[in-house]
Write a protein that binds this ligand. Structure first.
Ligand code: ADP
Ligand code: MG
Length: 260
């Protein structure tokens, strides 16, 4: 049929590629099930929209560069009683992103800081947002490289555009003055414009040393913490639990966590 060919070509020209692809099948199905015109059109356009959302999520997930895709649902709150489950669930509604607020996870290694950050970031991706994950050392390395190559201004966009930026592992790397200024500029420019999730194994009182500058650290924390949810995790490393399950004891039994 000439009209059918022409319709398909019109859909393609308008960029409705999924609708164009499904046109034949859905037309046939609508004839069989005696659908109304409106139902037919609705189904065809719904397929197009669903496929676009799927592709968009796939692209945003790839660009987010997350270390893994562990969800909040996989987090065992009984193992980490110092975490208020309701607070994490509230954060999971993403109201903090809508308000450009920050989330800070503090605690020793292995207590779930990265897991919770990734879990929240996945929620944001599912909600259609642009997300970016980096560690502090990767962030600083990238910005310094851009600076030497003379395209720092272009590179900022990677870190300013996302609705949610995760900066993981703050505290392992001591920054010099130039590096600390790069981090300060980033936090300042995102302040009240976009959310940051930051994780650290260091108390805020150690940040002066971490950034090699007390004044800069105070100014940075002032902006970072003005609208922030601080989650302080005081607990055992979950990695230890995995080792225990494997039957390898690495610490005296007296200090082992209760199995939750
Ligand atoms: P951190 O970033 O604080 O060092 P991670 O988030 O990387 O810790 O957690 C270490 C490992 O243990 C990860 O594989 C993580 O998924 C897992 N994990 C940590 N805490 C929990 C928990 N309460 N429930 C389930 N898995 C957990
Ligand atoms: Mg981590």
């Amino acid at each position: 049929m000439v009209e059918l060919e022409h319709t398909r070509s019109l859909l393609e020209q308008m960029g409705l590629l999924t609708a164009a692809q499904l046109l034949d099948a859905q037309l046939e199905q609508s004839l069989h099930s005696q659908q109304t015109y409106v139902q037919f059109l609705h189904d065809l356009l719904s397929s197009e929209q669903q496929e676009r959302q799927r592709k968009s999520r796939e692209t945003r997930l790839k660009l987010a560069r997350m270390p893994h895709h562990k969800r909040l649902e996989e987090f065992d709150f009984t193992f980490q009683p110092s975490i208020d489950k309701r607070q994490i669930e509230e954060l999971g509604t993403l109201a903090f992103v809508a308000r450009n607020e920050n989330v800070i996870f503090l605690g020793p290694p292995g207590v779930g800081k990265t897991h919770l950050s990734v879990g929240l970031a996945l929620r944001a991706l599912d909600a259609g947002m642009v997300v970016y994950y980096t560690t502090l050392s990767r962030l600083i390395g990238d910005l310094k490289k851009a600076q030497t190559q003379g395209h720092l201004e272009r590179r900022w966009r990677i870190y300013l555009r996302p609705a949610l930026l995760v900066i993981d592992e703050v505290g392992y790397m001591q920054l010099n003055r130039q590096e600390a200024e790069l981090l300060f500029r980033l936090i300042s420019e995102r302040y009240e414009h976009g959310s940051v999730i930051l994780t650290s194994n260091k108390y805020f009182s150690d940040w002066g040393e971490l950034l090699s500058d007390n004044v800069l650290a105070t100014a940075l924390l002032d902006r970072l913490l003005h609208h922030a949810h601080v989650v302080n995790i005081r607990g055992q490393t979950y990695r230890l639990r995995d080792r225990l399950k494997a039957g390898i004891q690495t610490v005296p039994p007296a200090t082992l966590p209760a199995d939750g």
